[in-house]
Design a protein around this ligand. Structure first.
Ligand code: MLT
Length: 266
């Protein structure tokens, strides 16, 4: 784990292994720990880079709004600072996927492959955006538990919640540990994100779209639509998983990632 200055702020980053750089970009309101199963399972073949985004985990927090564009630029600076010169595989989950669209739009030259886990291409509806802005204010006043309580039940396949799998509790702790200013800034940034749907057809790097079959936030049918709109994209569904497929079913997700990165996923 290192702390890397990217100019005005520093980010906390796990960097392990050697090979093609694989950048793992976490969802909201989490940090790099949602990828522990991928860090453990893929560093034998890949240079895995798993940062805490601005405002999350142990990275610096900036008040106001953290846009998806700003996160994409932070990641480009991080790669430069780490001396990564070869094209990366960018793997983003949910908010990490929203950032992936902007990374493609702004830093295409750094991108070799794209992996979109449990994410959406559409923007928030006006009502949803308004709700996020109100939640941001509430989080500043009352704390990050506002979001933890609202989200936890939607993140996992019902069976995981019923059996009280340990990752449900560890995710709660990660959420509760996220600073309210960081949570609020990301909520405002997601509310302001642009609709990427009409640009999906312009994606010209090999792409994998991956989705837990019980995802309640980025539904399977919607993700199948995203894959169908990206030329040549592969689609993989992960059984017995919800929105947090990489955390819920690390072996199945790692298998699909390895095959996709090796070019053998059918
Ligand atoms: C996430 O997992 O990053 C969030 O569900 C994204 C969102 O709230 O739209």
């Amino acid at each position: 784990m290192s702390r890397i200055s990217i100019g005005e702020i520093s980010l906390n980053v796990v960097e392990e292994g050697q090979g093609t750089p694989l950048l793992l970009v976490h969802g909201f309101p989490l940090d790099h720990r949602m990828w522990l199963g991928q860090i453990a399972g893929l560093t034998d073949s890949y240079r895995v880079i798993a940062p805490d985004l601005r405002g999350f985990g142990q990275s610096d927090v900036t008040p106001g709004t953290a846009t998806m564009e700003q996160h994409a630029d932070d990641l480009a600076k991080l790669l430069d600072t780490l001396g990564v010169t070869e094209p990366i595989a960018f793997c983003g989950l949910s908010m990490g996927g929203y950032i992936a669209w902007q990374f493609f739009a702004r830093h295409r030259q750094k991108l070799g492959k794209l992996i979109l886990c449990d994410t959406r291409a559409i923007a928030d509806s006006p009502d949803a955006a308004k709700g996020r802005m109100a939640t941001a204010d509430k989080v500043i006043k009352e704390g990050s538990q506002v979001v933890a309580e609202a989200m936890l039940g939607k993140l996992f396949a019902p069976a995981a919640i019923e059996r009280k799998a340990e990752f449900v509790e560890s995710t709660r702790q990660v959420m509760l540990g996220t600073k309210p200013e960081g949570v609020a800034a990301a909520l405002r940034g997601m509310a302001a994100r642009v609709d990427f749907t009409s640009r999906l057809a312009s994606i010209d790097v090999p792409t994998l779209v991956l989705c837990g079959t019980s995802d309640a936030i980025a539904p399977l049918a919607e993700m199948q639509g995203i894959a169908a709109a990206i030329p040549g994209a592969k689609f993989a569904e992960i059984p017995d998983a919800g929105h947090m497929a990489p955390l819920e079913q690390p072996a199945a997700v790692n298998d699909r990632l390895r095959k996709f990165l090796a070019g053998t996923l059918v």
